[in-house]
Design a protein around this ligand. Structure first.
Ligand code: EPU
Length: 424
């Protein structure tokens, strides 16, 4: 197992480029099994979760090959299996995204029922209710969700709450269903819109993406396509928080600034200067310490839960008291206890963390508990006095491509080492 060793105190400066979005590429890869043929997907980030999705679709009969550093050639002509096994699904919950595409492409899917994860229970009841509304028969057998869709037809799907994965699964199931499907209270995230854009390029008839009502008119067949993944807004946001905490001055290239509006608005309120410049963000922190800001995570276009942990790290050195409320996942505050080990004053009451800013954090040995928590601990380490060691960084490799190289390029003192104290 690897760990990161960080010597805090360097102000980040320079230019960094963000990669393709993890949460966009996973459903796009799943969508290739909707229609047999050859696809090329570009701007694919080299991440552990992407490798896991490739492993999964390979088991279904896909042949995937890297033709360039960030470009995949996907051949789905041999897809002949509809079973997503426990061994893969237990490693990555997003495996459940093949449910919709297997239904859309093969009219049957058997997918291991995903368990909870570190940040919450994460049920899939809304995915299954939505599939039932499209005429699917859904059964749970021996830990697997078994779905058959002999009479797949359009239907009205009303989500109790917006669900990103649920919206994506219903979209993929509905594109070849007979008749019209309407998804109400649909998720509006850019990653959902990206999936719709790829489906449209394949010939799907979809309207209303980006709003809370999406209408899909089923088509008889689709055509494979070439597609480039949108930039990762959470990776960009993570660099913004790192810039803020180190009083840095950086340019983030290759992003879509309006996808980050909720984040940049809040970071400006915290005292950062952020300028949108085409596909770049220029960010600088000239104040000694950020102002305290309050944050509440909500579905897009609100403040993203995937930026909550990183912003909490920034607030640990703010001038004042900040209230950070997590409304999406019930257990996404595990980084608070680790930040406390670095001298932060964080109290968690229910789903709100009260963070009283301190002058300084102090380096410590801390443990990553999930992907965004790892990013938060790295950010804290960049500003802490002394050395921070972040262990269990396999979490970060799930969702950030070469983060230590990118941070080093901005002047951070961070290195990846073998963690002798941990099993491998
Ligand atoms: N929910 C249900 N029932 C369902 C589906 C969802 O109760 O059937 C609940 C969830 O438990 C959660 C809320 O609805 O409380 C929202 O969950 P959603 O379905 O929107 O999340 P997801 O699709 O499982 C994606 C991202 C997450 C991101 C969330 C919210 C992917 C692969 N994952 O998860 O990304 O936090 O949307 O924006 O797209 C991350 O990248 O670190 C990450 C966790």
């Amino acid at each position: 197992m690897d760990k990161f060793v960080i010597e805090g105190g360097e102000r980040l400066a320079g230019t960094v480029r963000v990669g393709g979005s993890k949460n966009a590429v996973l459903p796009l890869l799943a969508a290739t099994i909707l229609q047999k043929g050859i696809y090329t997907i570009g701007n694919v980030p080299r991440l552990r979760d992407v490798n896991t999705m490739i492993r999964l679709v390979t088991l279904l009969g896909v042949r995937a090959e890297w033709v360039d550093k960030n470009r995949l050639r996907i051949d789905t002509t041999g897809v002949d299996n509809h079973v997503a096994p426990y061994e893969v699904v237990k490693e990555m919950r997003a495996s459940v995204l093949v449910l919709g595409s297997l239904i859309g492409g093969m009219r049957k899917a058997t997918v291991s029922y995903p368990g909870g994860c570190a940040i919450g229970e994460r049920p899939i009841n809304l995915h299954l209710q939505g599939l039932a509304a499209l005429g699917c028969e859904v059964a749970i057998r021996e830990g697997y969700v078994d779905v058959t869709a002999n009479a797949l037809k359009g239907g009205r799907v009303v989500f109790d709450a917006p669900t990103v994965g649920g919206t994506e699964n219903i979209l993929m199931a509905a594109v070849t269903a007979k008749g019209e499907t309407v998804i109400e209270n649909a998720a509006r995230e850019p990653e959902v819109i990206d999936l719709v854009r790829m489906l449209k390029r394949m010939g799907a008839k979809i309207d209303g993406e980006g709003s809370d009502t999406i209408t899909i008119k089923g088509v008889r067949s689709l055509t494979p396509c070439d597609y480039d993944v949108i930039p990762d807004r959470i990776e960009a946001g993570t660099f913004l928080a790192a810039c803020g905490i180190t009083r840095g001055n950086i340019v983030i290239e290759g992003c879509v600034p309006h996808h980050l509006k909720a984040v940049t608005d809040k970071l400006r309120e915290a005292g950062m200067d952020i300028i949108e410049d085409g596909n770049s963000l220029r960010a600088a922190m000239t104040k000694k310490r950020p102002f305290a800001i309050d944050i509440k995570t909500t579905p897009y276009p609100g403040f993203p839960t995937d930026m909550q942990a990183q912003t909490m790290a920034l607030m640990c050195i703010s001038k004042g008291v900040s209230a950070i409320t997590e409304t999406i996942f019930e257990n996404r505050m595990m980084h608070a206890a680790e930040l406390r080990r670095m001298g932060a004053d964080v109290r968690v009451i229910g789903n709100t963390a009260i963070v009283t800013g301190k002058d300084m954090l102090s380096g410590a040995k801390v443990m990553a508990t999930d992907l965004r928590a790892s990013a938060s601990l790295i950010i804290a380490g960049l500003a802490a006095y002394g050395t921070t060691e972040v262990s269990r960084i396999y979490h970060i490799d799930r969702g950030y491509e070469a983060i230590e190289e990118k941070l080093k390029g901005l002047g951070a003192k961070i290195s990846r080492r073998k963690d002798e104290g941990m099993g491998s």
